[in-house]
Write a protein that binds this ligand. Structure first.
Ligand SMILES: C[S@@+](CC[C@H](N)C(=O)[O-])C[C@H]1O[C@@H](n2cnc3c(N)ncnc32)[C@H](O)[C@@H]1O
Length: 297
């Protein structure tokens, strides 16, 4: 195998050499299992310089968008297979104050949570759906994002602890940052296949430890199988052929890393992948890219 193993990013690495972030980084509004917020300082060292060489930032698995909100690119394409998530961003971008007002009216109790969870979304406006999604995300158990076969959110009540960790000002800032972004509900393959030279793709798919290990299904929107990882590797190979720069965070399991032969592989000294919300010393998580991250710095 010709995978190159890079050195570890320092834990207190400085984000983006050369200071190319346009404004102060802003935090995601939503809680996301596997979100990249806690790895940002390491990640941005490797992504920042490549991103600044490109005209558009593309995130095919946007989730909480930690990297997008930190880099604050002028132009972006943000996509995810979850319609509720994309509608949340669309609603906030269109009417942040209205979404905040609706979000604030939800009661903090367990009963109110389950009543909100059972609501029929089909008769709600975009802003009402956005407020509901945000409320469920910020009061559900550990910010899990899971729906049943019928597509209904089914995570249990988790309490109010994280509800007011965000403010109306945060929401307005998020809306501002979303203005230069195209938002798309789509499978990742279509998104990657429509990219052009000048795009920089950052992909953070759901990941399981390896081909044969059990998955930790934090999402279960659609299960991301080993076949999907192979599909992703093929799509990124096609992107490389079109001279598109990309970086991917994924499992360090040899069966996954082996799909990206010839790419640069960087292991993190800490990561988020084993247990929800906890940084671990051996995360089983790597960054893979099709450019030499030390050369573009
Ligand atoms: C690890 S999360 C992304 C976390 C994000 N980077 C963050 O910092 O919050 C993975 C995302 O992939 C989405 N997803 C799962 N299968 C997908 C598919 N086939 N195509 C596009 N998105 C998918 C999930 O809905 C989830 O939002």
């Amino acid at each position: 195998m010709t995978v190159v193993i890079g050195h570890r990013a320092s834990e207190d690495a400085v984000p983006v050499q050369g200071g190319k972030i346009r404004d102060e980084p802003t935090s995601p509004l939503i809680r996301y299992p596997g979100g990249k917020q806690k790895l940002l300082s390491s990640l941005l060292c490797y992504l920042g310089p490549a991103h600044t060489m490109c005209e558009r930032f593309v995130e095919p698995f946007v989730g909480g968008g930690a990297v997008f909100f930190a880099l604050n690119p002028k132009r972006a394409l943000l996509a995810d297979i979850s319609k509720d998530l994309i509608d949340l961003y669309r609603g906030i971008r269109r009417a942040p104050s209205r979404v905040w007002q609706l979000y604030s009216t939800y009661e903090p109790t367990r009963e109110a949570y389950y009543a909100a969870r059972a609501k029929d979304r089909s008769c709600l406006s975009l802003e009402q759906r956005a407020a509901l999604t945000l409320y469920l995300n910020r009061t559900c158990f550990r910010g899990m994002w899971r729906v049943n076969r019928a597509g209904r959110f089914n995570v249990a009540y988790g309490g109010e602890d994280r509800r007011w960790a965000i403010s109306q000002t945060d929401m307005k800032e998020v809306a501002k940052r979303l203005h230069g972004a195209q938002l798309k509900c789509s499978d990742f393959e279509t998104v990657i296949d429509t990219c052009n030279p000048g795009d920089f793709i950052f992909a953070d798919p759901p990941y399981s430890p390896g081909e044969l290990e059990p998955r930790r299904d934090h999402y279960i929107y659609s299960q991301f199988t080993f076949r999907d990882h192979k599909r992703l590797a093929s799509a990124l190979r096609r992107a490389t052929k079109h001279s598109i720069l990309w970086a991917l965070t994924t499992s360090s399991h040899p069966s996954i890393v082996g799909l990206f032969e010839g790419s640069h592989v960087i292991s993190f000294s800490k990561g988020t992948s084993r247990r929800l919300g906890i940084l671990e010393a051996d995360p089983g998580e790597v960054l893979i890219c099709n450019y030499d991250p030390w050369e573009v710095q």
